[in-house]
Design a protein around this ligand. Structure first.
Ligand code: XMP
Length: 471
């Protein structure tokens, strides 16, 4: 063996920072670009975006929002099995419209209730006390009471008014569309308030990703070693997503071989980073419906420092896509880790991905898990790697079936800037992806695979320019 050759034959590991797409002739305007895609063999999405299964990113609210926007949420697994199953079940019960936590409380001053109504553009809102719906208040009635100098909202509460559970949400929609109430409260099967259905949300354009049974799509993260969790989740989720750092390992593949025999949902293996991983996994598993690709490329990853190993997402996607094509496998690839902008997402799609998975970009939104933190005049949300010290400690504490395979942390934790609602943020992001496809001369993701051509550039970023000017 000539050790020097290891270095001389070293591959170029291309990542997002140096690869760009070249412009091509656009066949259509960006707004007519079609972003529909597949997340796994049988699950289709309307946008190529999935939220990462991290305990500062995807719980109930993120999973619902992602599916309503046409993507998919992968529920994290840093919790007891029963809790993960219950979240998946609740996502499946959710209507195909957003339910917003907009209501008034009976001890609010009338003026506060009127302000909430004005900002949510409604004439009527439910009154919620704790978790139960007390009735409704109308703006005209509140105004009368305010004028008479009385407080609080309590005096205007109408005890009658629509009562709908999540199972009867279609009737709730009909009620709202009839025009009598422009906001109605929706409760879970145990009468607990879950949100308010607003007329503007019914009328605005949502193109949710739905399963064949008409419910919102949802996925859940599993370890290949946790067959019992996979079996419990299998009844409720569309896709089980492999959630270990290095799936290309003999014990993991052997465990997954047993797991896939027990489930009927799609199974995505991950994470992997090389051509050979696809060959080895595909030849060992009876069922393989997708690949989650990228090793050590995530914003909170320290694997490249801890272990010196790196399969950057862009390079890993192109390598695994080649394997998928050459092996004749009809399965999509999820590009996971290091996507910091819609431009990175376009590059990943051009390299052969069907979907991109986001952690960092979603962590600062309202729908991400984790409390808002105010520091001075700025607002933040927590974000941590799932292999960070505290995330691992939580896993071992809450899941008695969890397995300790390594005794070193491979992630960091910190705060990310608060970014408002994911409904707003993702719409912006999707427009960016459409613009990118337009520039690259493609009207769909499949066309981008064929037409997207790459260039290498060490571009001066705006940061550099600003620093220079500030000197
Ligand atoms: P972004 O860049 O979107 O990446 O924040 C999210 C992805 O990073 C992976 N992940 C980790 N990788 N140590 C790692 O090496 C960790 O602690 C860790 N936590 C998450 C994961 O693939 C996720 O989707």
């Amino acid at each position: 063996m000539v050790f020097r050759e290891k270095l001389e034959d070293a591959e170029n590991l291309y990542d997002f920072s140096i690869v760009y797409l070249l412009p091509g002739r656009a066949p259509v305007e960006p707004r007519h670009v079609d972003l529909s895609t597949r997340f796994s063999r049988s699950i289709s999405l309307n946008i190529p975006i999935a939220s990462s299964p991290m305990d500062t990113v995807t719980g109930y609210e993120m999973a619902v929002a992602m599916a309503l926007l046409g993507g998919i949420g992968v529920i994290h697994r840093n919790m007891p099995r029963e809790e993960q199953v219950s979240i998946a079940k609740r996502v499946k019960e959710h209507p195909l419209f957003p339910l917003r936590r907009i209501y008034v409380e009976k001890d609010y001053p009338c003026s506060t209730s009127l302000e909430i109504m004005a900002s949510s553009n409604t004439r009527v809102l439910p009154v919620v006390e704790g978790t139960s719906v007390q009735g409704y208040v109308w703006a005209w009635r509140l105004r009368e009471i305010c004028r008479e100098g009385f407080e609080p909202t309590l005096l205007a509460v109408e005890k009658t008014g629509p009562r709908y559970s999540i199972q009867s949400y279609r009737d709730a929609i009909r009620e709202v569309l009839r025009g009598a109430y422009d906001a109605v409260a929706i409760t879970a099967s145990d009468s607990i308030y879950v949100g308010t259905l607003l007329v503007q949300d019914i009328l605005s354009e949502y193109n949710p990703a739905v399963s064949p049974d008409g419910s919102l799509v949802v996925a859940a993260a599993v370890s290949p070693y946790d067959i019992d969790r996979a079996i419990l989740l299998d009844k409720y989720v569309d896709v089980l997503v492999g959630d270990i750092a290095h799936f290309h390992s003999t014990p993991a593949i052997e465990a997954a071989r047993e797991l896939v025999k027990e489930v009927s949902s799609d199974f995505v293996a991950g994470n992997i980073g090389t051509y050979q991983a696809v060959v080895d996994i595909a030849s060992s598993l009876e069922k393989l419906d997708g690949l989650r690709v990228g090793i050590a490329g995530g914003s909170i990853c320290t694997t490249a420092d801890v272990g010196g190993v790196y399969a950057p997402t862009l390079w890993a996607v192109a390598s695994t896509r080649d394997a998928v094509e050459e092996q004749g496998l009809d399965i999509p690839i999820i590009a996971d880790g290091g996507i910091k902008s819609s431009g990175d997402a376009v590059k990943a799609l051009a390299a052969g991905a069907s979907t991109v998975m986001l952690g960092y970009l979603l962590a600062g939104t309202d729908e991400a898990l984790g409390e808002l933190i105010v520091v001075g005049s700025k607002m933040y949300k927590p974000y941590r790697g799932m292999a960070s010290k505290t995330a691992l400690a939580k896993r071992y504490a809450v899941d008695r079936y969890s397995r300790v395979s390594k005794r070193v942390a491979e992630g960091i934790e910190g705060l990310v800037e608060y970014r408002g609602s994911v409904y707003y943020r993702l719409r912006e992001f999707i427009e960016g992806i459409k613009a990118g496809l337009g520039y690259a001369g493609a009207r769909s993701i499949k066309e981008l695979w064929e037409k997207g051509r790459c260039g290498i550039a060490h571009r001066q970023t705006l940061d550099g320019v600003l620093t220079f000017n500030n000197k």
